[in-house]
Ligand binder design. Structure first.
Ligand SMILES: Nc1ncnc2c1ncn2[C@@H]1O[C@H](COP(=O)(O)OP(=O)(O)OP(=O)(O)O)[C@@H](O)[C@H]1O
Ligand SMILES: [Mg+2]
Length: 256
């Protein structure tokens, strides 16, 4: 398992509730640079909430998250909210997120979709932003569609464009929340392949997925969550062949 001192991502005793409902309970893990980690678990166990906390879309109630040296502590939110949000902003700079529903800008071309935030948020020179956008569209196999609008693309193409858009912000970590769940089966593979390619290039990635074959074949390891707790963190082969916890065994049985 990863060593804490070298970890790109360090999560320690993260807790998150909605009202009285405790969703994440003392979640701790480390992820090293370059790892591809699959986050699996039953519906409602807190996978999306965990990703949303990592991207500061939700405020953690307890614990801390460190990504690439930026440490966000829950206590800061009460002590010094301005500092908390500054740190949240800094932390988010390193994190790209891709959702199930693509969320592309509908009235912008793919090229605009991938270059706009660079210019508006990062104040990048428009020509440089365009060059990077074209390079990234090429990387996900969409160069010839750069002038097209999202409505004219398949689900798989839209999701690949969404990945290119997230990459344009030069994140150190990519988070994906069920990126293939709303795709027709024949388009799932082309999106998963983009993640495999990024893994080859050394990108650090966390994927919430129900694609167990992908999780098994492509992950460096798998985190199994149930009822807001990490039940098991395991090598991708180990967890399928010999799950250590009865709860993991019960969950995976459904996919065998
Ligand atoms: N904004 C919110 N307000 C209140 N409860 C919420 C909110 N978001 C999520 N929840 C609850 O938190 C729990 C965990 O939800 P979450 O979306 O993280 O689960 P999940 O593991 O991603 O599930 P799925 O596999 O169905 O996507 C659920 O019981 C959900 O109803
Ligand atoms: Mg979810």
């Amino acid at each position: 398992m990863p060593k804490q001192a070298e970890s790109l991502i360090h999560v320690s005793n993260l807790c998150k509730s909605y009202g009285d409902n405790k969703i994440l309970k003392d979640v701790s893990f480390d992820i090293e640079s370059g790892d591809l980690v699959s986050l699996i678990g039953p519906s409602g166990c807190g996978k999306s909430t965990l990703l949303r906390c990592l991207n500061c879309l939700e405020v953690l109630d307890e614990g801390e998250i460190t990504i690439d040296g930026v440490c966000l502590r829950a206590v800061e939110h009460e002590k010094n909210e301005d500092l908390f949000w500054k740190l949240a902003h800094d932390l988010r700079q390193n994190v790209g997120m891709v959702f199930q529903e693509f969320n592309l800008f509908p009235h912008k071309t793919l090229l605009e979709n991938v270059s706009l935030a660079q210019v508006i948020v990062k104040k990048e020179n428009p020509e440089k932003a365009r060059d990077l956008a074209m390079m990234l569209l090429g990387k996900v196999g969409l160069k010839k569609f750069s002038g097209r609008y999202p409505w004219s693309l398949s689900g798989g193409q839209k999701q690949r464009a969404a990945i290119a858009r997230a990459l344009a912000m030069k994140p150190k970590v990519m988070l994906y929340d069920e990126p293939t769940s709303s795709l027709d089966p024949e388009m799932v593979e082309e999106v998963l392949q983009v993640m495999r390619d990024l893994d080859q290039e050394g990108m650090t990635q966390i994927i919430v997925t129900h694609e167990m074959r992908f999780a098994k074949d492509a992950s460096d390891y798998i985190i199994y969550v149930e009822n807001g707790e990490i039940v098991e963190i395991s090598d991708e082969d180990e967890i399928f062949i010999n799950p250590q916890d009865e709860r993991t065994r019960r969950f995976l049985k459904r996919y065998m």
